[in-house]
Design a binder for this molecule. Sequence first.
Ligand SMILES: Cc1cc2nc3c(=O)[nH]c(=O)nc-3n(C[C@H](O)[C@H](O)[C@H](O)COP(=O)(O)O)c2cc1C
Length: 198
Amino acid sequence: MSQPAPVRPPEALHLLRFAYPGVVAVITVEAEGVRNVMPAGWHMPVSHEPPMWAVAVGHARFTHALLQKARAFVLQFFPLRHADWIIKTGRVSGREVDKIRHFHLPVAPARTVEGFWIRGAYAVVECRIHARHPAGDHDIVVGEVVDGFSLPGALDEEGRIAVEGVNPALYLGRSMFLDLSTGKRFSPLAKPQTGGGS
Ligand SMILES: Cc1cc2nc3c(=O)[nH]c(=O)nc-3n(C[C@H](O)[C@H](O)[C@H](O)COP(=O)(O)O)c2cc1C
């Protein structure tokens, strides 16, 4: 059977989209009194002992600048019903907009690290920055998990995420989510259908 022709950069860029579907992490960071919020689809746990989580943050992001100065960040995970503000915080920069005020995000102080989290998350992971690794136009920021919590019922009896109850914000890329409760795609940016005729 013939193989498809290989693709190389820059055409290969679209291959990165096969990272999805994936649960969106919202990164919150605070440095020198400045706070910011950024959704991240590119993140993963990277160590059991000690527990660590890595996020890929583009050099151009305000979050990147804050993470250079900060000693910690907080990751949090939300149900799909939060998709609207999650997408919107990923389309503006904290350089121009105070996203917490603009999107009326209810914040609470982190317990162990300098930072904060946004209410409504089903899981919150507080990370102390362990390392920063260059990776092209992003940096991989590795955090040691030093505290965190999840809401009751977010995990089932066997310790797996209770997807049916949580309905996590599962990202497909390009502003589209997958609603696990219906199996359908969902874009918070899609214009609502107005009534009046077929
Ligand atoms: C769902 C979603 C996932 C994203 N994932 C990442 C990511 O993993 N890494 C990244 O650098 N940017 C990611 N972005 C883009 C940033 O969130 C976006 O550029 C944001 O406006 C940066 O904000 P800041 O300048 O305030 O840091 C994502 C955007 C969305 C909407």
